[in-house]
Design a protein around this ligand. Structure first.
Ligand code: 13P
Ligand code: SF4
Length: 299
């Protein structure tokens, strides 16, 4: 039996659903029941009836699946696949901020741990951050955490001042103006799409800043045929299938998230065989962290 066949047979036996983020390695995306961005994966996790969710992505995404589907077993095949940005803030520091700024609305990017989510008012993803911030009354001060780039980009677009937590995605933050100018010079007819985790000066050079799911939809439905892709290179796999006719140019050097690349077919097989490692969260954290996510999903 091939590794792929073994996974499919175990998945069937356990009645498991396999969710994978758009940045996962190609073979992991290919075996998944559903691939998507963080918002799309949260929605899938919230509506699944599957007793087992195998979550291929970084830890905060698997935790979000557990929070939204607490009765399912959520397997995270590579427990050390984390998001460095999610570790740049913690519950204790948020509680301290809340005490000294009781009037602030706390908006947390979904790239946060369950413990951090348990302390905030509302969550957002890169797909809905603009809508979430715009829904908050204009006279209410906001702390946006932990991504200073996403926060600054939304703040600028909505002309809405916000306090920004000094976190960032090391992969997107490292993209430079020079990288973008070189790609534009090499492909003068291409539209440049970037992720809103990029620094504001990169977003200023972009035709549009979109979530990974938004970027895929935009390119698949585009009349234009050439795009420079300003995000993690895993997205190119899905695009090479769903937007096969388009010319897609990654930046040089291509941005790679090493944590997303830790997911593998071997790890998925082992996880399904042993029903571990499982995401475990206390009932208290699940209850508290669920509220800001549900507020987000309701909007
Ligand atoms: P998306 O929600 O756009 O998939 O982004 C998640 C992420 O971690 C980007 O670095
Ligand atoms: Fe975290 Fe950046 Fe990797 Fe996304 S690309 S999971 S934000 S480190």
């Amino acid at each position: 039996m091939t590794l792929r066949e073994e996974i499919l047979s175990l998945k069937n036996e356990r009645k498991a659903i396999l969710l994978a983020h758009n940045y996962c390695p190609d073979d992991v995306q290919e075996i998944a029941d559903f691939t998507g961005d963080s918002l799309q994966l949260s929605i899938q996790a919230a509506k699944t009836k599957a007793p087992v969710i195998v979550f291929c992505g970084v830890r905060f995404m698997a935790e979000t699946a557990k929070i939204l589907s607490p009765d399912s077993i959520v397997l995270h095949p590579v427990p050390d696949a984390g998001c460095p940005m999610a570790e740049m803030v913690n519950a204790e520091r948020i509680r301290a901020f809340r005490q000294s700024h009781p009037d602030h609305m706390l908006v947390a990017y979904v790239n946060t741990t369950a413990e951090t989510k348990a302390e905030v008012d509302i969550c957002c993803t890169s797909a809905n951050a603009e809508r979430i911030v715009a829904s908050i009354p204009a006279d209410r001060p906001i702390l946006f955490l932990p991504d200073r780039n996403l926060g600054a980009n939304i703040s600028q677009k909505l002309n809405r001042p916000m306090e920004l937590w000094p976190g960032f995605c090391p992969i997107h933050d490292r993209i430079t103006v020079e990288d973008v100018k070189a790609a534009k010079a090499a492909h003068p007819h291409a539209r440049f799409l970037c992720h809103p985790e990029c620094r504001p000066e990169i977003v200023a050079l972009a035709d549009e800043a979109l979530s990974t799911g938004g970027m895929i939809a935009r390119i698949c439905n585009a009349e234009e045929s050439e795009f420079i892709i300003g995000t993690e290179s895993g997205i190119l796999h899905r695009l090479s299938i769903d937007a096969a006719g388009k010319k897609l140019y990654p930046l040089a050097p291509p941005p790679v998230c090493p944590d997303m690349k830790k997911l593998s077919l071997e790890a998925i097989r082992d996880s399904l065989r042993s029903n571990t490692p499982e995401i475990k969260l206390s009932a208290d954290i699940i209850e508290k962290a669920r509220k800001p996510i549900e507020r987000m999903l309701a909007l």
